[in-house]
Design a protein around this ligand. Structure first.
Ligand code: SF4
Length: 288
């Protein structure tokens, strides 16, 4: 294989034509997808295929390192973007050194909106990721394009939703789903690589992936963040306590206030993590 690519990449879905945006989340799945798209193009993307990573400011440092590692190991340009309402384009380009690490783009968005995102009003995804990528593609002069998403074959509902016709300027394409790739193959792939995302892989999921305290994560995952990374959890506690909607305390999570969860973890100690029913382990969706 050329350019150090050792994996088979036979599926036609990895071959990309025309103006295309590859949404790189900084997780193992989208990195696997990027690797195979690269391999299908002999290690070099066509000039009208661009890859970007939208930084919310709440990614774990390991995720930022992984994005930089993928670019370096695979010699692929990945543009780092952050929402910036002071910039005429609505975004700014950053890099590993100057990327926001304390939630600045996220906090600014919440301040501008005056209320918190939650599982049914995920304006953080829309504003910090989807619209930033759209503005970036427009800034490059593209009017219509394909958006390549890292959704797997074992995420059929998400794939069906993503690939339905849209009124947007882009049509989504999910090559991993087309190629029948599931969590199992992605985990096996990363075991064979010389580098990896240095965040725990728990049955094919990365509890600390995406925004560290995302409200779509389960109560149990958020409780673990509070216990293991109290200084990172504090950002979410501070933002939640600083926003009031129509005079009332606002919450990221419908079922609990983060301050109450933090207090519960503090009072109860480690046993709640071992007790099956003490904390709910059901997530509330996915960040696109
Ligand atoms: S990971 Fe969660 S908090 Fe972050 S942008 Fe996505 S939905 Fe919002």
């Amino acid at each position: 294989m050329k350019n150090g690519h050792e994996e088979p990449y036979a599926h036609a879905s990895y071959r990309i034509a025309g103006p295309t945006h590859i949404a790189f989340s900084g997780g193992r799945t989208s990195a696997y997808m990027l690797y195979h798209i690269l391999a299908a193009h002999d290690g070099k993307l066509p000039s009208d295929v661009v890859v970007s990573f939208q930084n919310t400011g709440r990614e774990m440092p390991e995720t930022l390192d992984f994005v930089a590692d993928c670019a370096r190991h695979w010699s692929v340009p990945i543009t780092w973007l952050e929402r910036d309402s002071d910039d005429d384009r609505g975004f700014r380009t950053v890099g590993h050194n100057d990327a926001a690490r304390n939630g600045e783009p996220f906090q600014r968005l919440v301040e501008e909106r005056g209320y918190l995102p939650n599982a049914v009003a995920r304006f953080c995804t829309a504003e910090l990721k989807v619209r930033v990528a759209k503005r970036y593609m427009l800034s490059l002069g593209y009017s219509h394009w394909t958006s390549v998403l890292g959704l797997r074959a074992d995420e059929a509902k998400r794939v069906a939703r993503a690939c339905a016709p849209t009124k947007e300027r882009w049509q989504n394409h999910c090559p991993l789903a087309d190629a029948g790739i599931t969590k199992r193959q992605i985990s096996a792939f990363w075991k064979r690589q010389t580098f990896d995302l240095r965040l725990a892989n728990v049955e094919g999921k990365t509890p600390l992936g995406n925004c560290d305290g995302c409200f779509l994560k389960s109560e149990k995952t958020l409780a673990a963040l509070i216990r293991d990374f109290p200084e990172r959890a504090q950002w979410w506690l501070d933002v939640e306590s600083g926003v009031r909607t129509r005079g009332r305390a606002s919450r990221f999570n419908k079922n609990f206030a983060l301050a109450d969860l933090a207090s519960f973890v503090d009072r109860q100690g480690d046993w709640v993590f071992d007790q099956e029913d003490a904390l709910c382990d059901a997530p509330h969706g996915f960040c696109e």
